[in-house]
Each structure stands twice: as structure tokens, then as C-alpha cells.
Design a protein around this ligand. Structure first.
Ligand code: NAG
Ligand code: NAG
Ligand code: NAG
Ligand code: NAG
Ligand code: NAG
Ligand code: NAG
Ligand code: NAG
Ligand code: NAG
Length: 407
């Protein structure tokens, strides 16, 4: 697509989001603004554009004032909240609190962080009996950085679909004091759940050789977290799967370099892993990304990433994983891989001593990228017995803590 058209589409999309988040419009005859493009599209576009475009002039685009002048109030004031009828999940009110976030001010809070701030802190002793707080988040793009501290366990973020509800920010390693602090959402508490929502980092895509441009969409550092039908959008270092046991189901994860990284123990089921690395010229052997960078440093650490029934696609030529730390452990099972996967499949971080300690396995994968004939020597073709440890929620002891989606 012509860059100018992309710019225009983005302007329209962002403007619509901004209009819908302007409190000026709470009482007006203007129809409720609709998002003209899916967030997946917006994310793809945003990531292809230079930083200047996500800069203040656009953010303060004075559309709402313009609208008000053109549409004087004729006395028949209707509220933008008239058609706001949130469908809260049915919960036991004795053990679950529901808070509501809507960008137009139609319920408790207009930002996700304000809802988090309103939750009382829990002492470590009370944490095991901590009741759940469900934060119901209406469709829209929440342009804010959100932090959930260790003292606020058992929070659920419930969006309206990963293409219509998103939290986005644009910190980079440079602008936030390091990659680990750049996440648009940072979760330090246990028992976190996210459903039907996206997390995006819309900082500019790093150019080759850029330093400090890593931009995390989410950092998940608490134990026993679950993500259902969520989107993760970024380029380098999108999903910081830092530590703890985590479950990802039906998620869409986009990135380029090391886009799922960290030292957690996680099961990814039925997810789409989409590389947005630059297309590589035909005949070129260059590699410009990696799906994972698991960071297990010691043999004693019980961590690893397992991908089951996933799909890998997108652009560029990428590795399935590279060994960020010596005992990096990653398994892909029953996963379809397009030809973006480099024939050698994996990388030892250019440190041959790691070949003895990394655990990289593949099991019954399919597609052009799953051809194992040229794989690096240390890659294992797992047999049924070996693979069985990685194929279901037992890998993350999910039987002890993972609740069904509808709970
Ligand atoms: C993030 O966006 C703001 C405008 O909202 C801009 O001023 C800033 O430079 C951007 N930061 C980065 C790292 O791109
Ligand atoms: C909530 O607590 C009240 C008072 O203890 C009790 O009567 C009610 O049955 C409880 N509700 C549920 C759904 O358990
Ligand atoms: C949140 O809003 C609902 C109505 O939408 C109301 O019943 C509830 O009391 C509010 N909660 C808080 C904590 O303000
Ligand atoms: C959770 O709710 C139950 C039932 O209302 C209550 O007995 C318990 O004290 C609550 N836990 C905390 C940590 O507040
Ligand atoms: C990050 O900061 C370093 C040191 O100030 C600078 O050299 C580099 O260009 C910056 N990177 C980006 C992407 O702005
Ligand atoms: C929410 O996520 C679940 C689990 O992936 C999915 O089945 C459901 O269709 C999603 N709902 C919406 C509204 O996107
Ligand atoms: C699977 O491989 C292990 C070695 O890692 C071997 O001991 C075992 O016999 C194999 N199982 C089958 C069913 O081939
Ligand atoms: C998960 O896999 C293990 C190992 O194959 C098996 O023993 C267990 O029954 C399976 N659990 C579930 C919930 O399917």
C-alpha cells in the first residue's frame, strides 16, 4: 500500500479513537464513533510508520471542538451513554467485585490504571484467599501505560475482543530505563487473567543497528496467569514472558526479534505467531528475527516455553528460537510453520558451548518451515514419550490453578 494512504488511514483510525475518548462528546447529537479499522490493521500500520506520526499534533487533533461548532445543540440532548448496556459476566458478588472502564465516561472509570488504583492492596498473608476483581473494559484504544503491582493479585481484565479493545503505549528501552520497563502493561501480581483484549507497543520499529529501540507490549512477572483470546502487538521484544507459570490460549502474537522472550514456564495453545520482520530478498540467506528467546540460565530452573497446535506465519526469515541464556528450553509441537522459518531452525546465540545445554525440540509439526533435514545439530526430534511432558496444562501444573474460560 502507498505510504500516504497508510498515513491517512492511520490518521482516520487514531482520530476516531481520540474522538471516542473525548469527554466533550458525552452529550451531543453526534453518532457514537465507530472504529473504522480493526486494531490488528492499526497495529500493522502504526508499526510501519516513523515515530513522528505517533506524535503530539495527532494526539491533540482538535476534531471534537470542530464537531461541536458544526453541530450546535438544538435542545434535544442525547447522551453518548444511552446505548451503553455493559454485559458483565455473572459472578458471585460475595467473592468477586466488578469494576467498569469506558473511554466515554459511561461507567466507573475512563482509564484502566484508574480502576487498578481503586483496588485495595492485599498483604502477602491474605493473598491466598484474595477475592477476584474483574475489570470490564469497553471497546476502545486505551492509550496509557498500565502497571499492576505485586500487592494486587487476582485481577481479571475483560475486554470486548482483541480487535476492538486494546491498551497501547510507546515506551522503548531508551525512554523507560531498559527493555524490562518498556511494557505498555506490566503485571507483577499473581493470578492475573486477561480475556479478549490486546496489548500493543506502538513505538517505531527498530531499524537495523538501532540501539535501545526494544519496545515491550506486556511484561508478565506474576505466577499463575492466563490469557484467553488476547492480542500482543509489537516488533522487537513484544511479549516479555518474564517469570512464573502462564497459559496462553487462542492468542495472536506479532513481532520480529525475540518476540516472545523471558524465563517463564508457559504453555501456548492454539496461538498465531506472526513475524513482521522485513521480507528477505530471494536467494539471500540472511536472518532477521526470532520467534522466541527463552532465558533459562541454570539447569535447576524449571522453566520453558511449549507451543502446541499453533500457527507460525508472517514475513522475514526467522529462527524458532535463540538461546538468550545457556539452558534455554523451547518445544514446538503439532504446529504449522510457513517458509519464514530458516532451514537450521534455531540459533545458539553464536556460542557453541550452549549446544550442550540448550533443549530445543520439535514434535509432529507441519508446513514448509517444519522440514527438519537441515536443522542445527542440537535440535531434537522428540518422540511421543519425550513430547508428552509439553503437550497439555500439566506442563504448567494447570490442574492446580487454571480455571476454565467461563469461570
Ligand atoms: C511516544 O509518543 C509521544 C507522543 O504521544 C512522542 O512524543 C514520543 O516521542 C514517542 N516516544 C517514542 C519512543 O517514540
Ligand atoms: C453471599 O453471602 C450471603 C450472606 O452470607 C449469602 O446469603 C448468599 O447466599 C451468598 N451468595 C452466594 C452466591 O453464595
Ligand atoms: C461502578 O459502576 C456501577 C454501575 O455501572 C455501580 O453499580 C458501582 O457501584 C460502581 N462501583 C464503584 C467502585 O464505583
Ligand atoms: C473473600 O470473600 C469471602 C466471602 O465474602 C470472605 O470471607 C473473605 O474474607 C474474602 N477475602 C479477603 C482476602 O478479603
Ligand atoms: C538510545 O540511546 C542511545 C544513547 O543515548 C543512542 O545512541 C541511541 O541512538 C538511542 N536509540 C534510539 C532508538 O533512539
Ligand atoms: C474471547 O476469547 C475466547 C477464547 O479465545 C473466544 O472463544 C471468544 O470468541 C472471544 N470473544 C470475543 C468477543 O472476542
Ligand atoms: C524416546 O526417547 C528416549 C530417549 O530420550 C528413549 O529412552 C525412549 O525409549 C524413546 N521412546 C520411544 C517410545 O521411542
Ligand atoms: C497431560 O499429559 C500427561 C503426560 O502425557 C498425562 O499423564 C496427563 O493425563 C495429561 N493431562 C491432561 C489433563 O490431559
Amino acid at each position: 500500500m502507498n505510504p500516504k494512504i497508510k498515513y491517512l488511514s492511520l490518521t482516520i483510525a487514531i482520530s476516531a479513537i481520540l474522538i471516542s475518548s473525548t469527554r466533550d462528546l458525552i452529550t451531543s447529537t453526534a453518532p457514537k464513533p465507530q472504529l473504522p479499522y480493526s486494531l490488528k490493521y492499526i497495529a500493522d500500520v502504526v508499526l510501519l510508520l516513523p515515530s513522528s506520526i505517533i506524535s503530539s499534533p495527532l494526539i491533540s487533533f482538535p476534531f471534537s471542538r470542530h464537531h461541536r461548532k458544526k453541530r450546535p445543540d438544538k435542545g434535544t440532548t442525547t447522551s453518548i451513554c444511552d446505548d451503553f448496556h455493559p454485559q458483565f459476566p455473572s459472578v458471585d458478588p460475595n467473592t468477586t467485585t466488578i469494576l467498569c472502564v469506558d473511554p466515554n465516561g459511561c461507567c466507573n472509570f475512563t482509564t484502566v490504571q484508574a480502576a487498578i488504583d481503586a483496588i485495595p492492596t492485599t498483604s502477602a498473608a491474605a493473598a491466598p484467599t484474595q477475592n477476584r476483581t474483574v475489570i470490564w473494559i469497553n471497546s476502545g484504544l486505551y492509550y496509557e501505560k498500565v502497571v499492576i503491582p505485586k500487592t494486587k493479585p487476582s485481577i481479571t481484565l475483560q475486554g470486548q475482543g482483541y480487535l476492538t479493545t486494546a491498551i497501547a503505549w510507546n515506551n522503548t528501552a531508551n525512554s523507560s530505563g531498559g527493555t524490562f520497563y518498556s511494557g505498555s502493561l506490566q503485571v507483577f501480581s499473581d493470578n492475573f487473567i486477561a480475556k479478549n483484549i490486546s496489548f500493543m507497543n506502538v513505538a517505531p520499529i527498530p531499524k537495523p543497528g538501532d540501539v535501545g529501540a526494544q519496545a515491550v507490549a506486556i511484561r508478565i512477572s506474576g505466577d499463575q496467569a492466563a490469557f484467553w483470546g488476547c492480542g500482543f502487538f509489537g516488533a522487537q521484544d513484544t511479549l516479555h514472558d518474564d517469570k512464573g507459570r502462564h497459559y496462553f490460549k487462542d492468542c495472536y502474537i506479532q513481532g520480529s526479534i525475540d518476540f516472545i522472550f523471558g524465563n517463564a514456564k508457559s504453555l501456548y495453545e492454539d496461538c498465531e505467531l506472526i513475524s513482521m520482520a522485513k521480507p528477505v530478498a530471494t536467494g539471500s540467506r540472511s536472518i532477521d528475527g526470532s520467534v522466541t528467546a527463552h532465558g533459562r540460565a541454570l539447569k535447576e530452573e524449571d522453566t520453558g516455553f511449549a507451543f502446541v497446535n499453533c500457527k507460525i506465519g508472517g514475513t522475514g526469515r526467522v529462527w524458532l528460537g535463540r538461546a538468550w541464556r545457556p539452558f534455554s528450553r523451547v518445544v514446538f509441537a503439532l504446529t504449522t510453520m510457513s517458509d519464514i522459518i530458516a532451514p537450521e531452525g534455531w540459533n545458539d546465540f553464536n556460542d557453541a558451548t550452549r549446544d550442550q545445554t540448550i533443549y530445543y525440540g520439535e514434535y509432529k509439526c507441519s508446513g514448509a518451515g517444519a522440514d527438519m533435514s537441515m536443522r542445527a545439530s542440537y535440535v531434537q526430534r522428540l518422540n511421543d514419550t519425550e513430547a508428552s511432558n509439553f503437550l497439555n496444562v500439566s506442563f504448567i501444573s494447570g490442574n492446580q490453578w487454571l480455571q476454565p474460560f467461563n469461570n
